[in-house]
Design a protein around this ligand. Structure first.
Ligand code: NAD
Length: 258
């Protein structure tokens, strides 16, 4: 049976790498995320080229519950339900607590936390019917530890960890697992672009930005790659990982061991 994977925020970065990894297994893929029409078309074509299954794109905005419901209903109407759900869409905003804009708090909680509630509640009925399902939530090292000025992000990612554990207990006897992945700093296009900018504004070399600013707390002093995160998502969705549930796997170069 062809499996169907729904990956939120899969037009770039980690989500796109996860979509490609699942496509290589022959799965149907439901892509989601923002981008210019030509970028979305290019991403859809690239993913479609990797799978014998069907690849669809849905533009649901993760701040809008009714659009998320439509995304998940599309998985049901086109593919008979979601087998593998990857909650990956996420955004960041950095500001001290007393100046943190209320609308940024609401936006981050909606995208980074509440959207996972909306997708999971919609995905679980078909998973229960099939007696098989995989829920993989892309949390962060910030689901385990904090950094200053990231109150909304850290709160949302800690929330994802709690949601993951609760769902895992509720569906434990239905062949469904729910787990979080907690990456440290991953080299995504977004991060890559910041390196020359930060070097310029701080008056230091690009190497110093990487080692002394970005990877200061990551003991390996190396970025995680999107392919490494995707490979872990693939493993958590496999039958070998059937007894891993209600937990998280860190991929953070030793960050949270400190
Ligand atoms: P990214 O910016 O490359 O990708 C984010 C994706 O989410 C994009 O496809 C974007 O279009 C989509 N998105 C943003 N707002 C959306 C919305 N309202 N509705 C639908 N889609 C939306 O970022 P990334 O680095 O690949 O991050 C992916 C996930 O990994 C996030 O949850 C992030 O918190 C987490 N993460 C990233 C890192 C890192 O260092 N890059 C580390 C730990 C955790």
């Amino acid at each position: 049976m062809t499996k169907t994977a729904v990956i939120t925020g899969s037009t770039s970065g980690i989500g796109l790498a996860i979509a490609k990894a699942f496509a290589k297994t022959g799965a149907n893929i439901l892509l989601n995320g923002f981008g210019k029409p030509e970028e979305i078309q290019a991403v859809t074509d690239a993913v479609a080229g990797l799978t014998s299954g069907t690849v669809l794109y849905h533009p649901a905005d993760m701040t809008k519950p009714e659009e998320i419901a439509d995304l998940m209903a599309t998985a049901v109407s086109r593919f008979g339900g979601t087998d593998i759900l990857v909650n990956n869409a996420g955004v960041q905003f950095v500001e001290k607590i007393e100046d943190f804009p209320v609308e940024q708090w609401d936006r981050i909680i909606a995208i980074n936390l509440s959207s996972s509630f909306h997708t999971i509640r919609a995905a679980v009925p078909a998973m229960k019917q099939k007696g098989w399902g995989r829920i993989v939530n892309i949390a962060s090292a910030h689901g385990l530890v904090a950094s200053p000025f990231k109150s909304a992000y850290v709160a949302a990612k800690h929330g994802v960890m709690g949601l993951t554990k609760t769902v895992a207990l509720e569906v434990a006897e239905n062949g469904i697992t729910a787990n979080s992945i907690c990456p440290g700093y991953v080299l995504t296009p977004l991060v890559e672009k910041q390196i020359p900018d930060q070097a310029r504004t701080r008056g230091i070399t690009e190497e110093q930005v990487v080692n002394e600013v970005m990877l200061k707390g990551q003991p390996t002093k190396k970025f995680i790659t999107v392919e490494q995160v995707a490979s872990l998502a693939l493993y958590l969705a496999s039958d070998d990982a059937a007894q891993i549930t209600g937990t998280h796997v860190s991929m953070d170069g030793g960050w949270t061991a400190q």
